[in-house]
Each structure stands twice: as C-alpha cells, then as structure tokens.
Design a protein around this ligand. Structure first.
Ligand SMILES: Nc1ncnc2c1ncn2[C@@H]1O[C@H](COP(=O)(O)OP(=O)(O)OP(=O)(O)O)[C@@H](O)[C@H]1O
Ligand SMILES: [Mg+2]
Length: 251
C-alpha cells in the first residue's frame, strides 16, 4: 500500500503528517518505508539521519538499488529512503530520462514493506508526478484558510490527470486539515473548515491543532508520538490515523 503526501503549496504539514503517521504505523507493528522525496530533506532530518551516503536521487537515476539506499531509523519497523539537497538536480536529470516518471514505481516493487509513505515537495515537479504514478492514494494536507484551501482542488485535478495518463488505480484518498489554531482564533478558520467538509465530505479527516510540540519534536529529531505521546496534538494524529485506516487508505 503506497500513499503520497502532496500539496502544491509549501508549509502545509505534509512532512509532519508523513513522519508522524509513519512512526505511528511502525509502532502498531507494521513494516513501514518512508520515502523522502523533497530536497529540503526535512523527513530525513526529523528521523535523525545526517549525511546519508545514498539517497532517493541515486535510486531514481539507478546509481544504487533501493535496498542499498535504505536506512534503518531509531524507530523499530520504520525504514527510510533519505533525501539531500542534491535531489532537485537529480530530478532535473530524471526529467530527461525516457519514462523517468515511472522510475519510483519500479523501484518500489518488492520492498517487503506493508506500507510506503512518500513525502513530496511543495511544488509540482517530476518528483511529485513519479510519486503519484507509484501510489495507490494521495493524501493532501492543508491549513484551513481560504487561500490555502484553493490548493486542494488543484491537487485533485493533478490526481485526475495522473490517473488518466499513467495510473488508473490512483485515488484521492484524504484531506488533512493541519496547523489549525484554537477556535478562539475566530470564525475565519471554522468557516474554512466547514467549506472543506462541504466540498470533500468523508475525505476530510479530523483536524490537527497547532502545537509547539511539533517543531519541538522536529528539533529533537524524534517522532511526535515518542516525543509527546500524551499531548492533544498526538491524539489528533491518532484520530487522523484511525480515519485513514477506516477509509482503507492506510492498513
Ligand atoms: N500542527 C502543527 N502545529 C505547529 N506547527 C506545525 C504543525 N504542523 C507543522 N508545523 C510546522 O509548520 C512548518 C511546516 O510544516 P511541514 O514541514 O510539515 O510542512 P510541509 O508541507 O512539509 O512544508 P514544505 O512544503 O516546506 O515541505 C514546520 O516548521 C512545522 O514544524
Ligand atoms: Mg515538507
């Protein structure tokens, strides 16, 4: 089962959602592979992997096998294909390869993982297209403001295009409202959340509140569920996970 975390906007909560859900799935006994497909390498950094000798770019350009680039993390059951800042250059090279957008799909066959999560950059590039070509479903992540919400239908349209062109099984699996301020922040956010639910119904997961525990967990290079297991925001992500399991997007 392969899920991609994507949105054509930055700072939406994609990496936070991918890393947090990956660690939670591993904690419940799944064999999980997290693929860092962003040159910012935030997922790689969060999981405490520094200066990896091989990265996703090496796999996509076939300088290394997936097995060679796979790194064990400190979370039992969670493995990582790391990224580094050279990934954008590798992506440029990949875009000149015939069938380059199929490379990730081919690389992810026979990983032995129960679930694979791909963390994408905040812009549409061949890396995002390659992730969509390889995936069963896409989870998009958005802040609930009118400006940010405009990105959700754009992502949905991209999913339809990739489905028609390359991957008929691809499903627009869920929308996670992230970095949601306290309700005291005013009607703006609750109106945007209501709008999102009207448009996307059951695809919308429970919201994830804004919490300092998230940047804190990142700075500690520890998954949220280990850094702050009993915090409200961690429970928010558990509710998201349950929603995604019930809708068949995650195992
Ligand atoms: N629920 C939250 N509460 C507070 N801060 C958050 C929350 N979720 C994410 N953040 C912070 O917001 C920033 C963006 O989050 P994140 O890196 O997950 O987004 P992204 O969509 O992956 O961004 P990018 O497009 O740059 O890859 C980070 O600094 C992160 O620590
Ligand atoms: Mg990110």
């Amino acid at each position: 089962m392969i899920t991609t975390y994507a949105n054509q906007a930055g700072s939406a909560g994609k990496t936070t959602s991918a890393v947090t859900l990956a660690a939670m799935l591993a904690e419940t006994g799944h064999t999980v592979l997290l693929v860092d497909s962003d040159a910012q390498a935030n997922a790689t950094t969060w999981l405490g992997v520094s200066n990896p000798s091989l990265t996703l770019g090496d796999v996509l350009l076939r300088r290394a096998t997936l097995a060679q680039a796979t790194v064990e993390t400190d979370v039992p059951g969670l493995r990582l294909i790391p990224a580094h800042e050279g990934l954008d250059g590798d992506a440029l090279e990949l875009s000149r390869v015939l069938g380059g957008e199929q490379r990730l799909r081919m690389a992810l066959q026979d990983t032995g993982a129960d679930v694979i999560l791909v963390d994408c950059p905040g812009a549409l590039s061949i890396l995002t297209v390659a992730a969509l070509v390889a995936s069963d479903s896409v989870i998009t992540v958005t802040q609930p403001t009118v400006k940010e919400l405009a990105g959700v239908p754009k992502m949905e349209a991209t999913v339809h295009e990739v489905r028609d062109a390359y991957n008929p099984k691809l499903r627009f699996g869920a929308v996670i409202p992230c970095i949601v301020p306290p309700s005291a922040a005013g009607a703006l956010y609750s109106e945007a959340l209501t709008l999102l639910c009207e448009q996307y119904g059951d695809l919308v997961t429970p919201p994830v509140r804004r919490s300092v525990r998230i940047p804190e967990a990142y700075a500690q290079q520890t998954p949220l569920s280990i850094h702050a297991p009993s915090e409200a925001v961690t429970h928010d992500y558990r509710a998201v996970l349950n929603h995604l399991i019930q809708s068949g997007v995650l195992p």
